[in-house]
Design a protein around this ligand. Structure first.
Ligand SMILES: Nc1ncnc2c1ncn2[C@@H]1O[C@H](COP(=O)(O)OP(=O)(O)O)[C@@H](O)[C@H]1O
Ligand SMILES: [Mg+2]
Length: 370
C-alpha cells in the first residue's frame, strides 16, 4: 500500500465535492485523505496550516474566483500542485489558469476516475518541474551576483596599479629628456612592479574562475610529500629571510600521497606565504607533516597577528581580507585562501584553521593518502 495522498478540495458546492472526491478515490491507486475548504480565505488558511500533496480548486467559488485564490497562494510561495476544475469548458480558462499558477485544469462535466487520475498525476509532475526550475533560477541569480561582485572587486584592485603605471608613463613622457639614466631606470622598475602585481592578480582571478566553473583539472600522481614541502619552503626562504623569519620543518617519513604537484605547491606556498606576510619580523614558522588515520595532515603554524573570530567565516571568500597589507606592507588580494580551499577540496581533502588574535594561526590541510 502506497503513501496517503493529502488532498484539499476547494469548492462551495456540496454535490460537486461529492462527485470529485468519489471519482478521485476510485481512480487513484493509493489511499487519500480529503480536507475541504468552502471559500478562498478558508483555503488559504488551510494551505498555510498544513502540507497538502494536491489542491483541487473550483474556478467559481460563489462570487469569488478560484484564480484569485490561486494567485494569492502562489504569491506567498505556496508550491502545492493545483488542478483547477471548471464548470465552463476548460479551454475558456486554460491560459488564465496556467498563468495564475495552475498545474492542470479539468472540465467538471468531463470528470471521471481516469481523467482525474491523469490530471492529478500530471499536475504533480508539472509542479515538480516548475519548482526545480525556480530553484535553479535562484541559484543562477546568486552565482551571477557573485560573479558581478568578483568582477567589481577585481576592477577596483586593478585600477590602482594601472593608475601608477599611467602616472609614471606620463611623467616620463613629459620629463624623460631631462632625466639621467638612474632616474629613468628606477621609474621603469616601479612600472614593472605594478605590472607584475596586475598579472599576479589576473592569474589568481583566472584560477578562481576556472575552479568555480569546474574546469580545474587535477593531474594527480603519487609524490613524496615531504620532499615537495621542502622545495616550497626553500623557494620561500629568501622572502622569510628578508623579515628574519625562520621556517622549521617537522616531518616523519610518509607513504607516497596522490596529488597534483603544481596545485599542491600553490596551496603550500599560499599558506606559508601568508604565515610570512602576517608574522612580525624575527619570529618563527613551523610546518609539520604527520599521519592522521587515512589522511596526511600538513600544518603551517605561525606566531603572527592572528585572525579575529568574526573574520574567520569570511576567510575563504574571494577578496576578503582583514587588513590591506602584511606586517611589512606586503600586498594582499584576498584571493589566495579562496584558491587554496578549492584546490584542497578538489583533492577530496579539507582545511581547518585555529587562530588567536595577537598570538598566531595554524592552517592545517588534510589530504587522503590513497
Ligand atoms: N597566517 C595568517 N595570519 C593572519 N591572518 C591571515 C593569515 N592567513 C590569512 N590571513 C587573513 O586572511 C586574509 C585572506 O588571505 P588570502 O586569501 O591568502 O589573501 P592575501 O594573502 O592576498 O591577503 C588575509 O588578508 C588576512 O587578513
Ligand atoms: Mg595569501
Amino acid at each position: 500500500m502506497g503513501d496517503v495522498l493529502r488532498v484539499l478540495v476547494v469548492d462551495d458546492n456540496d454535490d460537486d465535492v461529492w462527485i470529485t472526491t468519489e471519482h478521485l478515490a476510485a481512480g487513484w491507486p493509493t489511499p487519500i485523505r480529503f480536507a475541504r475548504a468552502r471559500d478562498g480565505a478558508e483555503a488559504l488558511a488551510m494551505l498555510s496550516a498544513e502540507r497538502f500533496d494536491l489542491c483541487l480548486l473550483d474556478h467559481h467559488l460563489g462570487r469569488e474566483s478560484g484564480l484569485d485564490v490561486l494567485r494569492a497562494a502562489r504569491a506567498r510561495g505556496d508550491d502545492v500542485p493545483v488542478v483547477m476544475l471548471t464548470a465552463s469548458p476548460a479551454h475558456t480558462i486554460d491560459v488564465a489558469a496556467s498563468e495564475a499558477g495552475a498545474d492542470d485544469y479539468l472540465d467538471k462535466c468531463r470528470v471521471s476516475p481516469e481523467a482525474l487520475e491523469h490530471a492529478v498525476r500530471y499536475a504533480r509532475v508539472h509542479r515538480e518541474h516548475v519548482e526545480t526550475l525556480r530553484r535553479q533560477n535562484k541559484a543562477l541569480a546568486r552565482l551571477d551576483r557573485e560573479k558581478n561582485l568578483l568582477l567589481g572587486m577585481a576592477a577596483h584592485d586593478l585600477r590602482n596599479p594601472i593608475g601608477v603605471v599611467r602616472a609614471y608613463a606620463e611623467f616620463l613622457a613629459d620629463n624623460g629628456d631631462d632625466m639621467d639614466g638612474d632616474e629613468v631606470r628606477s621609474i621603469l622598475r616601479a612600472m614593472e612592479q605594478s605590472c607584475a602585481q596586475m598579472s599576479g592578480l589576473i592569474d589568481e582571478l583566472l584560477d578562481v574562475s576556472a575552479i568555480e566553473a569546474g574546469t580545474l583539472v587535477l593531474q594527480e600522481k603519487p609524490h613524496d610529500i615531504v620532499a615537495v614541502i621542502e622545495s616550497v619552503i626553500a623557494d620561500l626562504a629568501p622572502i622569510a629571510g628578508a623579515k628574519q623569519i625562520t621556517i622549521e620543518l617537522a616531518a616523519v617519513p610518509m607513504p607516497h600521497v596522490n596529488f597534483d604537484r603544481a596545485r599542491f605547491e600553490q596551496v603550500l606556498a599560499n599558506l606559508v606565504g601568508n604565515a610570512i606576510k602576517y608574522s612580525h619580523p624575527r619570529t618563527g614558522i613551523r610546518v609539520s607533516v604527520e599521519r592522521a588515520g587515512e589522511h596526511v595532515r600538513v600544518a603551517v603554524e605561525d606566531h603572527g597577528i592572528g585572525i579575529a573570530p568574526e573574520f574567520l567565516p569570511r576567510l575563504f571568500t574571494p577578496f576578503s581580507r582583514a587588513q590591506r597589507t602584511g606586517t611589512s606592507g606586503e600586498r594582499s588580494t584576498g584571493l589566495g585562501l579562496a584558491i587554496v580551499k578549492r584546490i584542497v577540496e578538489a583533492h577530496g581533502g579539507s582545511i581547518e584553521v585555529t587562530s588567536r588574535r595577537g598570538e598566531g594561526s595554524t592552517f592545517a590541510v588534510l589530504l587522503p593518502i590513497a
